[in-house]
Write a new protein. Structure first.
Length: 414
């Protein structure tokens, strides 16, 4: 089951993008149906014959066959994308047209075009991001709703309206005008940032860390860096942030699946290859004059990566970077992170005082790690009763079993 879910996450977006590029955005529902049909066929076949050695290739081949069947059945009833309609008219040219669409270059190109098509100027920014998560990243409606803290029924309606807008455009966005690309790129970057964060420390009721979402965000970000029009300093900054944070994934959970705080992580488990890649992207990100949230967060991650341990970390630099982040994009969560860094630099009492100064603190009252931070500060001050009370509040807000086990252990220690 886990293999099938991971494959769907990884392959669904690629296949939907290719087929939408082939059929036209007005036939997006047909593209989704063909992909769904391919996965149903996979579940039925693999149950009896086992998972093939190359399941991705199997799915690609099956989707191609299903697409050809759909073209034969509906070729006279539907109007397909203008650039391929001529090729699809003849039985002799349909299969070669499909082969061309499904080759490696075609897959990469249509995924990029799909990303930029989803950030349609008629759609609100949040809807643009939701559409990318849903179509390109394999998010179901419920998962997409959870990412935005919305009700599934409301998200289903929003996605339906967004798909209608996409269908009206008739074909996928072409990455040919640098100005058009530049105007849509920030929304694409924001969507991938959200996807990575949902995997790294999201609100899933099943697990605190979903590495496959992190890897999917990194894969899509790498597509941006393959195209000269989208290889920008902010794109490199986002890639740097993802690599540097993902490098810590192997140390964030114990062998038993328990969460491990940064202060307690075994840094020998951090992925040096990803750290080196992240630092290379950060250097490339510095070539432009624009300073984005991704630049600042990547610089914070780089400070952690450079330190041999918590004591050797330059907390002054990290506090300063959070102060810059507060100027660029202030939020209660950023202010909380700044307070945690300040506590490492100046002590837990300073951290508590800073937490008390956070504007819009009421927005943090349903965030378990707000109370976890308070509990950690009180525990370091040896105020065990107050620490236990804060951890208990956090426990009531915990979103998955891993967070609950972590907080139960904290309560037992206080």
């Amino acid at each position: 089951m886990e293999l099938e879910e991971h494959l769907f996450r990884r392959e669904a977006g690629r296949l939907v993008a290719v087929l939408t590029g082939l059929f036209g955005t007005q036939n997006l529902a047909l593209a989704e149906d063909v992909v769904q049909d391919a996965f149903i066929r996979a579940l039925e076949t693999w149950k009896f014959y086992g998972v093939p050695k190359n399941p991705s290739a199997w799915l690609m081949t099956t989707a191609k066959r299903r697409a050809l069947d759909a073209l034969r059945r509906q070729g006279t009833a539907r109007k397909f994308a203008p650039e391929v309609s001529r090729l699809l008219e003849s039985e002799w040219t349909r299969a070669p047209a499909l082969d061309a669409a499904f080759d490696a270059g075609g897959v990469t190109d249509t995924q990029l075009r799909m990303m930029f098509s989803c950030v349609h100027p008629k759609l609100p920014a949040e809807t643009q991001i939701a559409l990318i998560l849903h179509l390109l990243c394999g998010f179901g409606t419920d998962e997409t709703a959870a990412a935005f803290l919305k009700r599934p029924a409301a998200m289903e309606k929003r996605l339906a309206r967004a798909k209608k807008t996409l269908a009206d455009s008739r074909e996928l966005f072409e990455l040919k005008g640098a100005g058009d690309v530049a105007s849509r790129l920030p929304a694409v970057l924001r969507a991938l940032y959200l996807l990575f964060n949902e995997g790294y420390h999201g609100a899933s009721p099943q697990t605190a860390i979903r590495q496959e979402l992190c890897h999917e965000a990194m894969r899509l970000a790498s597509l941006l860096l393959e195209n000269p029009l989208t290889t920008t300093p902010p794109a490199h900054a986002l890639a740097a942030l993802m690599d540097l944070d993902a490098a810590r994934l192997p140390a964030r959970r114990s062998a038993g699946g328990d969460l491990i705080l940064l202060v307690d992580q075994d840094r020998s488990l951090w992925d040096k290859g990803l750290i080196d890649a992240g630092l290379r992207h950060l250097a490339l990100a510095a070539q432009g004059e624009e300073m984005t949230v991704y630049h600042i967060e990547a610089a914070i991650a780089a400070e952690h990566a450079a330190a041999r341990g918590i004591r050797e970390t330059d907390w002054g630099a990290i506090v300063s970077l959070y102060e810059t982040l507060m100027r660029i994009q202030p939020s209660p969560v950023v202010a909380l992170n700044r307070a945690i860094a300040l506590a490492q630099r100046d002590g837990p009492r300073a951290g508590l005082e800073e937490v008390g100064k956070i504007a819009d603190r009421e927005r943090l009252l349903r965030y378990p790690f707000y109370f976890t931070a308070i509990g950690e500060f009180e525990l370091r001050l040896k105020n065990t009763f107050k620490a236990r009370k804060a951890f208990s509040t956090a426990l009531r807000l915990a979103r998955n079993p891993e967070e609950r086990r972590f907080l139960q252990e904290r309560i037992a220690r206080s």
